[in-house]
Design a protein around this ligand. Structure first.
Ligand code: 5AD
Ligand code: SF4
Length: 457
């Protein structure tokens, strides 16, 4: 049977899609390898320009492999395939790609792959000349959007003890900088029973922690199969909290505009819900937020932070921020700096604004010069790092419950794990502890991680 390798760009959603692709291929008897695979699948991301560039760079390298061995199969999928200008470019410059599919038909991929091999067998393997001169992909199918959610697909998990679970797909928010609503389609929520069954199955399989995934999980609206009633995200959390064997629940991403009081309350009431929330603010300036179509102001965001910290003491908060959105003035940027100082985030992902073809902001005339973006970016990162450092320093001396993920990649004898607040902790210990939740006393801290030692219960 043939072997495959998946190269994944982008977010957790893509990572999870790749786990599903891997699960389906394994079920059909293909084996995963990193050494000379027969098939390479590239799962692409469109969020920023550098993801596009890396994709085309990878494809350029794969062309050399294909020319050396026309049997080799290259399959491409993910967000970039949902953009017409990208598939047009692929068709023009990379027509030797074998299979092309989008974000709405991952489940069709194993059949498309077999169809491609059958066509090859019927048409004969391509010669090097044909690879160079081909005019079309062997098999391609992309859907603009789809209402149905395909259930029951297998997923090959990266870890035995933790797993991602998609609860919804797509996004309806249309933030003016963002390509996701165009590449992932409109919001669609899974039935709560399907989610509960999946998590029950995972827990029975030894999974202790699930991360519920969606572009905007707070707007989850799942219709119950039993009585047709609609569940919101908090209903789902309460139900998951009751599942035996499951110990931790996380979620991402949540949009500040939809964070309900009931959800904030659930942190105190659901012992499995981890004290951590990712709340992308994007900008600290109400005027920029308005141009971004974020539907909240600086003041409303800060009020939510206050409420979260008051109701859930010790909650860790992380964020995403975009620097250099079109028209961002120095004053507006300084409002982002002051918000960052005021909130003092546990961690942050900071991005240079990247114009995405097809989004409104890409058309705005007052684009910010790259050097200004970089200069602002560096100033922001310094403040963010100071915040993370001081939040982490407060953990020294505390005993944390840590779910052990695995051995450290660099230091032998050292294990890594995560606290409830999603803090990365390094400590000495035997590998048998992987997958267990243990007590670790924090002995020192730095900007991005904590160091500790195991203590007995
Ligand atoms: N440019 C820069 N960053 C972006 N993000 C989304 N679109 C863009 C863009 N065009 C960031 C946002 C989002 C995160 C996943 O990526 O901060 O929260
Ligand atoms: Fe993009 Fe905004 Fe939707 Fe997040 S909420 S995926 S930033 S459009």
């Amino acid at each position: 049977m043939k072997s495959y390798q998946i190269i994944t760009f982008g977010c957790q959603m893509n990572e999870h899609d790749s786990e599903v692709i891997s699960g389906m291929l394994t079920q059909r008897g293909y084996t995963e390898t990193e050494q000379n695979p027969d098939i390479v699948i590239i799962n692409t991301c469109s969020i920023r320009e550098n993801a596009d560039k890396r994709f085309f760079g990878t494809l350029g390298q794969l062309k050399k492999v294909k020319i050396a061995n026309p049997d080799f199969a290259v399959c491409v999928c993910g967000c970039m395939m949902q953009q017409e200008h990208i598939t047009k470019k692929l068709r023009q410059s990379y027509p030797w790609v074998d299979v092309v599919f989008g974000t709405h038909n991952i489940h069709e991929f194993p059949d498309m792959l077999e169809e491609m091999f059958e066509r090859r067998a019927a048409e004969g393997e391509w010669t090097v000349k044909q690879v160079r001169s081909s005019k079309e992909f062997r098999v391609d199918r992309i859907y603009e959007d789809r209402d149905e959610i395909v259930e029951g697909l297998p997923a090959k998990r990266l870890f035995g003890h933790k797993s991602f679970v998609n609860i919804m797909y797509g996004c309806n928010n249309f933030c003016t900088y963002c390509i996701v609503p165009y590449t992932r389609g409109r919001e669609k929520s899974r039935h709560p029973e399907d989610i509960l069954d999946e998590v029950r199955g995972l827990a029975a399989d030894g999974v202790k922690e699930v991360t519920l995934l969606g572009q905007n999980v707070n707007s989850y609206r799942g219709k119950s199969k039993a009585d047709g009633k609609t569940w919101d995200f908090t209903d789902l959390i309460y139900a998951l909290n009751e599942l035996e064997g499951l110990e931790r629940i996380r979620f991402m991403t949540s949009h500040p505009k939809d964070l309900s009081d009931r959800l904030i309350e659930a942190f105190g009431k659901c012992e499995k819900l981890c004290n951590y929330i990712h709340r992308p603010v994007q900008s600290g300036s109400s005027s920029v937020l308005k141009r971004m179509n974020r539907k909240y102001t600086r003041e409303q965001y800060l009020e939510l932070v206050r409420k979260l910290r008051e109701t859930v003491p010790g909650i860790a908060i992380s964020t995403d921020i975009i620097v250099g959105f079109p028209g961002e003035t120095e004053e507006e940027f300084e409002e982002t700096l002051s918000l960052a100082k005021e909130v003092c985030y546990d961690s942050a992902f900071t991005f240079l604004y990247s114009p995405r073809q097809g989004t409104p902001a890409a058309e705005y005339e007052d684009q910010i010069p790259e050097e200004v973006k970089h200069e602002r970016f560096n100033r922001l990162v310094d403040i963010m790092n100071e915040g993370s450092k001081s939040r982490n320093a407060a953990y020294v001396g505390r005993v944390c419950r840590v779910l052990v993920d695995g051995p450290d990649k660099k230091e032998s004898g050292i294990l890594n794990g995560r606290t409830e607040e999603f803090k990365l902790v390094d400590f000495e210990g035997p590998e048998e502890l992987v997958g267990q939740i243990i007590n670790v006393k924090i002995t020192s801290s730095n900007t991005f991680s904590l160091r500790g030692e195991i203590v007995n219960d």
